[in-house]
Ligand binder design. Sequence first.
Ligand code: SAH
Length: 259
Amino acid sequence: MAIGILAAMHDEVADLIDAMTRQSGNQVHRIGMRDYHVGEMDGQPCVVVLARIGKVAAAATAVTLIREFGVSEIVFTGLAGGIGSHVAVGDIVIGDRLVQHDLDARPLFPHHEVPLLGISEFTADLTLGAELKSAAEAFLREDLQSQVPPHSRKSFGIGEPLLHVGMIASGDQFVADVEKAKDILSALPDALAVEMEGAAVAQICFEYAIPCAVFRTISDRADASAHVDFGSFLSDVASHYSSGVLRRFFAARKVYRPQ
Ligand code: SAH
């Protein structure tokens, strides 16, 4: 069965779509203003789609992947702001738990709990997470130097980036304010990164019993400079991270999970 790959922005999946087109050709299905690219990577069926930004967009796209395309697992790739004290620009965060930091139906339900579902933290799939971790480690160790030009690494202060596994907090807000980041951290002290889609996809995957994983390249520190150079970080750095990690991910699956 196919794996679904989602991202919020074009540059995060453009290279993967090109690679898939070269390898297998791909069919494009337009549903609900989104293009679903159906093809194969290293012999493995996959559906790649640009979900666009925010929890609603991501959740709707995840449902379509599951219901229309029958994907059996989902991976979300994208950018995030680092809010953990040791999480720096250029690091990678793999979510093992995903929480909607802006979900607050108190006093009816506890902070962050999804009403009527009774869950606050969605757990990412362990196997997918481990596969992404190996792929990300290999990318940082072996590909980063050659794939991201030295001037781009220098201008974003990327030296020897780290890989973190931990909590990702999602909400419909671009966090570009230290006080806001502190508020999120005081409610969710374990959160390493903040973004706008992951926990929504994780909720849908929980409801459909589909394994899911989220990996994020840290583009900013969720502070007043978060929006600065966002576009050039996306095209010069993050696009290489997404496609580099996913290339490694698919290549390892070809070896370990022959179809
Ligand atoms: N400036 C961009 C908008 C990016 S929105 C534009 O003009 O198109 C931010 C995207 O990156 C979202 O998909 C979100 O998941 C992620 N992201 C990166 N840094 C973030 C931050 N500090 N807060 C929230 N989301 C962030």
